[in-house]
Design a protein around this ligand. Structure first.
Ligand SMILES: Cc1ncc(COP(=O)(O)O)c(C=O)c1O
Length: 425
């Protein structure tokens, strides 16, 4: 049997290698603690659950949900956008419900790119952005994000021959994995750049409510007020803890919304109506849960950063999202580190290299689900702190100690120990 060559463009070798290491940990009898996804463990608000529950009693809720049947949700989204950003859009032509924002950004390249066209993506960036371009037969160009430039791309570094072939630019701030926030001036610059080169400007915005100082990060729709060439993707997965329910939406340029709708029409009939009603309840109901979520996330973030520092691993304090972007103290191979970590402790993380070449030397720790980490007195003592204690960053005195054992690791390298077993990087 022969399969399509496009599958090769989708191969995320890093994540496949991590999957193998996870299986080895399970086979060795370690309880797997999979932190490689930023999935919230906080409860969905009761009014959202009630809306879904009520739908289950409504026998009319089980049929296909055609576009017309999404009208109430589209109106709720338009209303939400006015309240949130003061932006008015037409719910008929400028709003499209999605099965999660990833479904939308994954399908968008099919609506915008011809085979061989290029798309500007972030490096490091969200892997699905690369997958979507590959599905459409497009060619990604990873714009390197560096700490010294605030993890914002330098548009003037993109070669002219790349720009001549580029049709689409996908950005996402607050940014997974680096946690950077883009200021409004950056969006003005990005829009001017997209205009100059006639690009579609897509903004993946699932962390709209995750600037942890409570501020609201800018929307591209506040800058592209005429919705000339922008499309913004929102998610209910993070803000309302509804990741498993798969609901998000796109808002923006009507031609792009229409094109994405045509692609989606081939693939799906939207979700179950009860989920859409849950989304309406989330967007139109009380929003005080957002502040509560941020409070919990701040506590978990601070506890995680403190625990890292206690073992000598200095990590930047994330201002947004739910991740620690943690450069390995001695640099080095992030996949190898994550493989050894899961094989020795059962804790699975995402290696930075899975987010692109500029992610090498770093690993991503989602602390959003570290509930046990913050409850040290919990009877379940196998918490994150305990796991973390089994990893130590070597300082000079420890180097001597390890040296006595016949090893000579670099200062700043990582020693990972569990019982009598020690692994150094
Ligand atoms: C940048 C980014 N986009 C999209 C998603 C997925 O969002 P959704 O659940 O709405 O598909 C994530 C999830 O981690 C993400 O980090």
């Amino acid at each position: 049997m022969r399969l399509a060559t496009r599958l090769q463009g989708l191969q995320a070798n890093v994540f496949a290698d991590m999957d193998r290491a996870k299986q080895e940990a399970i086979a060795a009898g370690l309880p797997l603690w999979d932190l490689s996804l930023g999935s919230s463990d906080l409860p969905v608000a009761p009014h959202i659950v009630a809306a879904i529950q009520d739908s289950l009693q409504d026998s009319h809720s089980f049929g296909y949900t055609l576009f017309g049947a999404t009208a109430d949700l589209r109106r709720a989204i338009a209303q939400w956008l006015v309240v949130k950003f003061g932006v008015e859009v037409d719910p008929e032509t400028e709003v499209l419900p999605l099965i999660g924002s990833q479904e939308g950004t994954g399908h968008l390249p099919l609506a915008v790119l011809n085979p061989g066209d290029m798309a500007l993506l972030q490096n490091p960036g969200y892997p699905s952005h690369y997958g979507g371009v590959a599905l459409a037969g497009g060619v990604p160009y990873g714009m390197e994000l560096r700490p010294e430039t605030g993890f914002l791309p330098q548009f003037d570094r993109i070669p002219g021959d790349v720009l001549a072939r580029t049709r689409l630019m996908v950005l996402s701030y607050p940014h997974n994995p680096t946690t950077a926030i883009a200021p409004r001036e950056f969006w003005e610059e990005a829009l001017a750049f997209a205009r100059r080169h006639d690009l579609v400007l897509a903004h993946d915005f699932p962390y709209v409510d995750f600037a942890l100082d409570g501020s609201l990060p800018p929307s591209v729709l506040q800058v592209d007020r005429g919705r000339e060439r922008s499309l913004e993707f929102f998610s209910l997965s993070k803000s309302y803890h509804m990741g498993g329910l798969r609901v998000g939406f796109a808002v923006g340029n009507r031609e792009l919304i229409g094109a994405l709708r045509r692609i989606k029409a081939v693939v799906d009939f939207n979700q179950y109506r009860g989920i859409l009603r849950g989304a309406i309840a989330a967007l139109t109901g009380p929003q005080d849960g957002l502040g509560h979520t941020q409070q919990i996330l701040r506590e978990r973030r601070d506890a995680a950063v403190q625990a890292f520092r206690a073992i000598g691993w200095t990590v930047p304090v994330p201002a947004a999202t739910m991740y620690l972007w943690a450069p390995l103290p001695g640099g080095g191979n992030s996949l190898r580190f994550c493989q050894e970590l899961v094989k020795n402790t059962g804790v699975a993380l995402a290696p930075g290299s899975g987010f692109g070449s500029a992610g090498e030397g770093t690993c991503v720790w989602p602390w959003c689900s570290l509930r046990r980490f913050c409850r040290r007195r919990s009877r379940r003592s196998a918490n994150f702190s305990d796991k973390l204690r089994s990893i130590a960053v070597l300082h000079s005195d420890e180097t001597r100690q390890v040296g006595l054992q016949g090893r000579s690791p670099r200062i700043g390298s990582i020693r990972l120990s569990l019982g009598r077993k020690t692994v150094s990087f």
